[in-house]
Design a protein around this ligand. Structure first.
Ligand SMILES: Cc1cc2nc3c(=O)[nH]c(=O)nc-3n(C[C@H](O)[C@H](O)[C@H](O)COP(=O)(O)OP(=O)(O)OC[C@H]3O[C@@H](n4cnc5c(N)ncnc54)[C@H](O)[C@@H]3O)c2cc1C
Length: 283
């Protein structure tokens, strides 16, 4: 990462360009009792060579993490591993990754992209769900998500619940912050009631407080997930209190789309500046 902009925006959210950067950051997180969920940056890949490169990179990450005993999860986007080339390529690439990860004791998570990818992502997840060591992201802003989540949980799958990061049309998605949060709360209640393993992925203090209360009510532990560089100190606080915390840790050179989504979420200028100025380093 050379340019000033890259250092300013990407540097705080992204571990660095290389596998070694991601693993070094993951090791430091592990020393703080936090697991890293490593994502190789890249999406919407129609070029077969780039897709193969992404798959190969994940296999290398898995191999290196196993050798160096770094505790990680892997997070993969379907449009990065072949969904634009058709189901055959997508499934074969996904299975290569999940097989290698499973044998290294590493869980593979599917990220959820825009609404256009939801059916394909659910289909893909369904192919591996029963074998275990795989999870899927579900977004509370989509009106369909509650039903999708129920089906996954009933079939024994593992859900990572987020609010959603893409621009979606009001005909299919809740638009107001209140509606998205209300749906998140209801979905979270369902997970505590009906699922044994799930991740509450948010930086929202109110939501995390509610989740901690639900942990006490149901005598169940959730996994908590946050994105690197957003509220690292809060993640550390939770880990120090004995919560199971994972930090989503991207690495690679294709940082623009990822950084754009993070900037949009910092809903006003004050937040963006605060997020950029505040020291987030915990590792
Ligand atoms: C582990 C993890 C995995 C994710 N995976 C996916 C995925 O696969 N698909 C998907 O669509 N989305 C994903 N997301 C993103 C998610 O959908 C939201 O867009 C994002 O988490 C912001 O929503 P929030 O729940 O943190 O709450 P918000 O209400 O957006 O934020 C709550 C508070 O957190 C702080 N905050 C949040 N974001 C920022 C920021 N960028 N900079 C500074 N402060 C901030 C602010 O204080 C804000 O008031 C993921 C998020 C996490 C944590």
């Amino acid at each position: 990462m050379n340019s000033y902009l890259e250092r300013l925006f990407a540097g705080r959210w992204i571990a660095g360009p290389e596998i070694s950067d991601a693993l070094a950051a993951a090791l430091k997180l592990n020393s703080l009792r936090i697991r890293a969920k490593i994502n190789y940056l890249g999406e919407d890949l129609s070029d077969k060579v780039m897709v193969n490169d992404a798959v190969k990179t994940y296999l290398e990450v898995i191999d290196e993490a196993r050798k160096r005993k770094v505790e990680i999860f892997i997070a993969v986007k379907p449009t990065q591993i072949g969904s634009l080339q058709g189901r055959k390529a997508l499934l074969s690439n996904y299975l290569r990754i999940t097989k290698a990860a499973r044998s290294a004791g590493i869980m593979t998570w599917l990220d959820m992209e825009s609404h256009r990818e939801v059916d394909e992502t659910l289909w893909l997840y369904g192919k591996e769900m029963k074998r275990g060591m795989v999870g899927i992201c579900i977004q509370s802003y989509l009106k369909r998500s509650f039903e999708d989540m129920k089906r996954i949980v009933e079939d024994g799958g593992v859900v990572r619940l987020v609010k959603g990061a893409y621009r979606e049309n009001e005909s299919i998605a809740y638009a107001s912050r209140k509606e998205i949060s209300d749906n998140y709360t209801e979905m979270m209640r369902y997970l505590f009631k009906s699922s044994e393993k799930f991740m509450i992925a948010t930086h929202d203090t109110d939501m995390i407080r509610k989740a901690l209360a639900l942990e006490r009510k149901y005598r169940k532990k959730a996994m908590f997930g946050m994105l690197n560089g957003v509220r690292n100190k809060y993640a550390l606080e939770l880990a120090e209190k004995g919560e199971d915390v994972t930090i989503y840790l991207p690495f690679g050179k294709e940082w623009i789309q990822y950084a754009y989504r993070r900037l949009r979420e910092s809903s006003n200028l004050k937040l963006i500046l605060r997020s950029l100025m505040e020291k987030q380093d915990i590792y």
